[in-house]
Design a protein around this ligand. Sequence first.
Ligand code: CAP
Ligand code: MG
Length: 432
Amino acid sequence: MKLKYIDLKYKPTDNDLVCEYYIEPTDGYTLEEVSEHVAGESSIGTWTSISTMKPRIAEKLKPHVYSIDKQTNEIKVAYNSELFEAGNMPEIMSSIGGNIYGMKAVRNLRLQDISFPKSILRSFKGPLFGIYGIRRMLKVKDRPLTGTIVKPKVGLNEKEHAKVAYDSWVGGLDAVKDDENLSSMKFNKFDKRAKETLKMRDLAEQETGEKKVYFANVTAETKEALRRARLVKSLGGEYIMFDIVTGGWGTLQALREADLGLAIHAHRAGHGMFTENPYHGMSMLTLAKISRLIGVDQIHIGAIVGKMKGSEEDVKNIAKEISDMYISEDKEAKMLKQDWGKIKPIFPVCSGGMHPGLIPALMNILETDIIIQCGGGVHGHKKGTQQGATAVRQAVDAALKEIPLDKYAKDHKELKIAIDQWGFEPVKKGER
Ligand code: CAP
Ligand code: MG
């Protein structure tokens, strides 16, 4: 029985998971032929028809290629959600993001977006806190949250790490995170670092009267990641950090579904391997949606004005996707419609090459429901970490008051030093 997947009359149902792919066929194949291969190989088919296929399987589980745009090489495929194991992200991605990438018929393939149906949404926990829960936790209502990454990335011992964190908190930052490649080394063991750093966090809270949080990086093999998360919980921590790409969907689900009452900070180290090529891989938008669905509370999405790639349009679209509850289809933006149901909105994290001089320009684009992180932009301050942290808060305050940084710096010495050191990006009122 030769299956045909293209059916341009098909209308997706509310029970369908819909994928939008960009496809470049290998020479000798047409877009239609490759669309058939992609739909088949990601679901119930293979390269030839098989004697073991049953009519009920084709009837129930055969996906439909219901849209083919020959101008843009984009197709839409509707999959009956019963094709997938609800609540199992590794399996879902093994279908719609698996073998199809290795087929000879495909020169380039990019999963641009996934629209999850309610039946799949309901099978994941989603964020425990989300934007509003995090704001309540930190008692910060109407400004961006501010954070730093302890630098050097790795190398400090546990006490030195904790001291840099302490200086960052008393300088005025809300959050301190481990760097993405800091886990548990000979010179800096996770358990001791968590203990020392949370001890300094408590001290900084007493001294500042402000709530402070520590994103402890628990990235490791699943059982060990869970043990580290439980340790953070026992030490009075409120957050863990996890590298979602290198750590994997299964371990992220295990951390979320352990229901430890911890907020999850998602670092995306390694995403550039497959998100940066506009013709191949998977969009950062899709990576962020999967992470929100599994249940992270915040995720790095790019900082536009910083050192990492990510266009203003893409970063704004990702911020919208993860912090809104309903997304309408937007062909230009390569965004499918998405009703997020009960899945809470999560914080966009803007980090990478950020320093006080760039903060107003960033806030002018993404406004205030963001987390701004500066690593080198705090610890590289001529007067050290504490004053670097203060300069970050001053830059946020200047942006909120809509006072140009150079003017505000006249009576804010920490900020003055920072913008003398690194310059600043002026914001023209009403620029956007
Ligand atoms: C930033 C950072 C973050 C990047 C990740 C770093 O440090 O700690 O990992 O922000 O990029 O290691 O580069 P700096 P993204 O502030 O010193 O640059 O946020 O784009 O995922
Ligand atoms: Mg880092």
